[in-house]
Design a protein around this ligand. Sequence first.
Ligand code: IPE
Ligand code: IPE
Ligand code: MG
Length: 258
Amino acid sequence: MFSFLNKDQQTGEVAELQLDEQNIPAHIAIIMDGNGRWAQQRHLPRIAGHKQGMNTVKTVAMAASHLGVKVLTLYAFSTENWKRPTAEVNYLMKLPVDFFGTFVPDLVKNNIRVKVMGYTDQLPAATQKAVHDAIEDTKDCTGMVLNFALNYGGRAEIVTAVQSLAQQVQAGQLAPAAIDEDRLSQQLMTGDLGELRDPDLLIRTSGEERLSNFMLWQVAYSEFVFMDLHWPDFDQTTLEQAIYQYQQRHRRFGGLTN
Ligand code: IPE
Ligand code: IPE
Ligand code: MG
């Protein structure tokens, strides 16, 4: 049984809460938002928030792995984030180099395998190399999958999948009637995760309550938990709070609970 100290946001009351070990969400996806505002509140440049946010990724990856999470998907850079000032984009593109450069030995030690989903061929060469090396160095790990959404967009992902299916039809390898939900799921960037491909729990930090083009297809029946804190302030306890909220939900998938 995992227990943790929970502080009620309204009353400030502290209570020890217990997580049900049998009901840890297998796939958790997180929209890591609020780095810029975290920095601005401290009169720091936005990139200071991104740097702190990278440390949070390390903490949360370890915590999730210890809790028994099977897949942790983290939204690190969207296909729309290129709209930001060049200096910020350049900093964000350097982060994976720093992150994997220092963290891969810990990932291997904890049996965590790195996966990346997104249009990685559009990333700077150094970023592509860091990503490629991390995937290669952790390829034999059999524990949690740490899946980074990097230059990822949910709509673009669906368009790419549809193009690929259309090509298979054109080549005479696939009948249009054989295109079903499972076939499309397999074609998405999460297709290789098998039955773990759809998140059970989606968390967004920073108080925003929107998807911002994240995993549009895969979250059809995910439980959503929105948290007010900014990503650099997220930690093991807030992860446990989100899982605790998840465990209070009744997932029905359109049916009825007994
Ligand atoms: C999330 O933090 C990180 C990325 C989108 C790369 P933001 O940079 O969006 O921070 P806010 O939302 O502006 O505070
Ligand atoms: C979503 O956050 C993208 C990531 C966390 C990587 P944004 O900060 O880009 O989303 P919007 O612009 O507030 O919708
Ligand atoms: Mg944001």
